[in-house]
Design a protein around this ligand. Sequence first.
Ligand code: ADP
Ligand code: K
Ligand code: ZN
Length: 433
Amino acid sequence: MIWNKNKECMSRDEMHALQSKRLQKLVALVYHNVPFYRNKMQEMDLSPDDIRSIDDIVKLPFTTKQDLRDNYPYGLQAAPASEIVRVHASSGTTGNPTIVGYTRRDLSVWSEVMSRCLAAYGVTREDTFSVSYGYGLFTGGLGAHYGVENLGATVIPASTGNTEKHVRLIRDLGITGIACTPSYALYLAETVERMGLTKDDIKLRIGAFGAEPWTDNMRKEIEERLGLKGYNLYGLSEIMGPGVSFECQEQNGSHINEDHFYPEIINPETLEQLPSGQQGELVFTTLTKEGMPLLRYRTKDLCSLMEGTCACGRTSVRMSRIMGRSDDMLIIRGINVFPSQVESVILGMPEFEPQYMLVVDRQNNLDILQVQVEVRRDFFSDDLGRMLAMKKTLSDKLKSVLSISADIKLMEPNSISRSEGKSKHVIDKRVLK
Ligand code: ADP
Ligand code: K
Ligand code: ZN
């Protein structure tokens, strides 16, 4: 089903005109309300009048996560505080999280685009839909939640954790749809089997999977074991949250809600726009956002764009799967983790050498993060209690910075190898089959 035929099946000419009109309005807005953008444009000798169509977007400055960090917390906000009705946060590279404020209209756009995704997956008002992304500061939980409500299906705000209880709810309430990370879906399948149930005991038929990269093999396995059809759901907090793009029944690329989020692919080295079909870094401009609109935000996600009308009837540009990142961000249980966050915690504790290694693995379909760190010679002791206390302090600090638990392995000085190729602080053993 197509939620908003008007927008989703627009002719390319109409879309071009709509995007052009919206970009002009956006540029005028940020020029007047956001000193960061006004300064950047003035430095480039650019005035809002220079932007006449969406094709002029290449003249505009880029925005990076570092810019968000430098302007923490509200420096890039374009709407006055009285207009902001909700705030979400996602991980920053170090220290400060990224803060995103939404106006009432932003929230209604978000629900609209999420409803488009769900309708494309085949969700209807008859469905009971479990949202198993984390609720709270992350955009996953609440973002999907209001999309389900807006569509008119019944939402079960299950969030994450307590998987056995969740499985019982899935069975007892006849839950038909679920939004979660693909790795959590595999863990759920395992839990169903461990509880002595089969896919015939549950009624799940639709899965909305995202927040981390996954493959067609994972899709096949999840579909097989849970007896559902799994669709990709992509998004990021800076741009909105989940709902930026979605797979339709064709499962051939994810349709971008491009009347709201304008996509470009650039070469991450030269920053030049690349033609359709080529792989590079995905960049988004938020065409309608009021709270924190962004010009040409560099997602660091690597993928390609596909043009042409889809067999489903939608005319929007599609994006391929995310093939990797152009930075060192790791996604662990759907949560973004930067090695620099771990580094800053370790540098802040005199007990440790500035030597560490992150070892990421997937056991029983759950991501595991181990942090290996060298203890300074003068802090190394036979006193087990002291060593355990040191471990606990580090573990607590990491948990509060990363929002996920890490298993700490204390190492002797000089035991961590100093050069392991490109990202010498990360060993990622997860194989995306
Ligand atoms: P979310 O809660 O939607 O995951 P975050 O801002 O925490 O939002 O993380 C966004 C990042 O997560 C994206 O830039 C991308 O790297 C990754 N991501 C989100 N959805 C997908 C997806 N469907 N496939 C691959 N990676 C994804
Ligand atoms: K994520
Ligand atoms: Zn389609």
